[in-house]
Design a protein around this ligand. Structure first.
Ligand code: PMP
Length: 445
């Protein structure tokens, strides 16, 4: 029998992975997936508690998605979108424009969340150039995460991921996000929001003519540790952008396609951004695909005779890959046909499990949820909120322990993430909760 783990250790370099630990560890080699479960090469099954890094929507190997993919495969696997077009790319763009916030009428495809953001940044910059203004700066929230390519890292604010690349990037201006203000006086979310918005207004007043756009995730900053925003915060940011004449980029790479309870989180705040970045769940978690949607007025600035050289010179080999577009169309149709509603039920059920069983645990300092995006924050002392020492890597250990109880989890520091696929049933949700609680007991108890 082939020792896949041993072979992996010889030739593979994994993302976001401390490779010396990986090499001395016991990697899980996944063989197949079915519904909410992944199976390893030894046939053991694990509940996929994080939707394969937040992208799976309907479960693994879904018959409808498989069929859509096969059908497209028999027609065309790939043909470039540079100078040519194809039906799945057009049909999906139509669908995205129909579902996205009002005013977003143009779809530019790419292949990851990072590229979707990178493209919005470059389009925003070039838009101002084409209007005769040089605006080289971007504003982002504290702890922001928008991807790993250099432009996206430039609007990132997570110290351990981003600091090292400081000399390579074009630094953005960070504005404090409401939830992270020191709050000894127990100010309301509204007050914290007002503070953050005042800081943003000040930044825009000081640097306004230099700023191309403000970029943010709406409702919840995922990779930052599932940091939730008070209601109305994103609307406040949008209002300031409009008043100060700065473009507004919304990153729905994590929140898009039903994750927060509506097709896009924008709907819950009536946001109408200038750019919308989507990826992850767009293909139901099947294939790499992303899209950056823009307003017609932005698009129009790029129009002109060839000799004017106004085109947006950016494109990837697999832009709008037809297989990915075909599976995306099917996945989004399924969301519209009732899966979105099902996701709301699942969210409600998980909310109950969290309130009744997880929140009362001694080591749980906070539980944050927006739809099916959930963060369980572990602390050493919940009365004072004192965190575990960083060097204990408690979050990593809890996720390792959960695997022994049959559930795959991945932490963000000491925040344990639940991001279930929408098809997860109640028994599976119970398993997710019980395995997480047992793992917390194993490690913290
Ligand atoms: N933006 C957000 C909000 C994300 O959560 C992520 C990935 N976690 C990205 C961008 C980057 O996406 P990708 O990993 O597909 O490049």
């Amino acid at each position: 029998m082939i020792d896949w783990a041993a072979r992996d250790k010889q030739v593979v370099w994994h993302p976001f992975t401390h490779m010396s630990e990986w090499i001395s560890g016991d990697p899980l080699v996944i063989d197949r997936g079915e519904g909410s479960f992944l199976y390893d090469v030894a046939g053991r099954r694990y509940l996929d508690g994080v939707s394969s890094l937040w992208c799976n929507v309907h479960g693994h190997a879904h018959p409808r998605l498989n069929a859509a993919l096969r059908e497209q495969l028999d027609r065309l696997a790939h043909s470039t979108f540079l100078g040519l077009t194809h039906k799945p790319g057009i049909e999906l763009a139509d669908m995205l424009v129909r579902l996205a916030p009002k005013g977003l009428t143009r779809v530019f495809y790419s292949d990851s969340g990072s590229t979707a953001v990178e493209i919005a940044l470059k389009q925003a910059f070039q838009y101002w150039q084409l209007r005769g203004e040089s605006r080289p700066r971007f504003v982002r929230l504290e702890h922001a995460y928008h991807g790993d390519t250099l432009g996206a890292v430039g609007v990132g604010g997570i110290e351990i991921f981003h600091r090292i690349f400081g000399p390579l990037i074009h630094e953005s201006i960070g504005v404090r996000t409401p939830a992270t203000y020191p709050n000894p006086d127990k100010l309301s979310g509204e007050d914290l929001s007002a503070r953050s918005l005042a800081a943003l207004a000040k930044t825009l007043d000081e640097h306004g003519s230099q700023i191309a756009a403000v970029v943010m995730e709406p409702l919840i900053q995922g990779a930052a540790g599932m940091i939730t925003h008070p209601a109305g915060f994103a609307t406040g940011v949008q209002k300031l952008c409009r008043e100060r004449g700065v473009l507004f980029i919304v990153d729905e790479v994590a929140t898009g396609f039903g994750r927060t309870g509506t097709m896009f989180a924008c709907e819950q705040e009536e946001l109408e951004p200038d750019f919308l970045c989507v990826a992850k769940g767009i293909t139901g978690g099947y294939l790499p695909l992303a899209a950056t949607l823009a307003r017609e007025s932005i698009f129009e600035a790029f129009l002109g005779a060839r000799s004017e050289m106004k085109a947006f010179f950016h494109g990837h080999t697999y832009t709008a890959n037809p297989l990915a577009c075909a599976v995306a169309i099917e996945s989004i149709s399924m969301l519209e046909e009732g899966v979105l509603e099902r996701g709301k039920d699942l969210g409600g059920y998980l909310g109950r499990l969290l309130r009744e069983f997880v929140e009362p645990m001694k080591w749980v300092g906070d539980v944050r949820r927006r739809g099916l995006m959930i963060g369980i924050e572990l602390v050493e002392d919940r009365t004072t909120g004192r965190p575990f020492p960083v060097e204990h890597f408690q979050g990593v250990k809890v996720c390792e322990a959960a695997r022994k109880h049959g559930v795959i989890l991945r932490p963000l520091g000491d925040v344990i993430v639940w991001m279930p696929p929408f098809n997860m049933n109640r028994d599976e949700a119970d398993l997710l909760a019980s395995a997480t609680m047992r793992a917390i007991e194993d490690v913290c108890g």
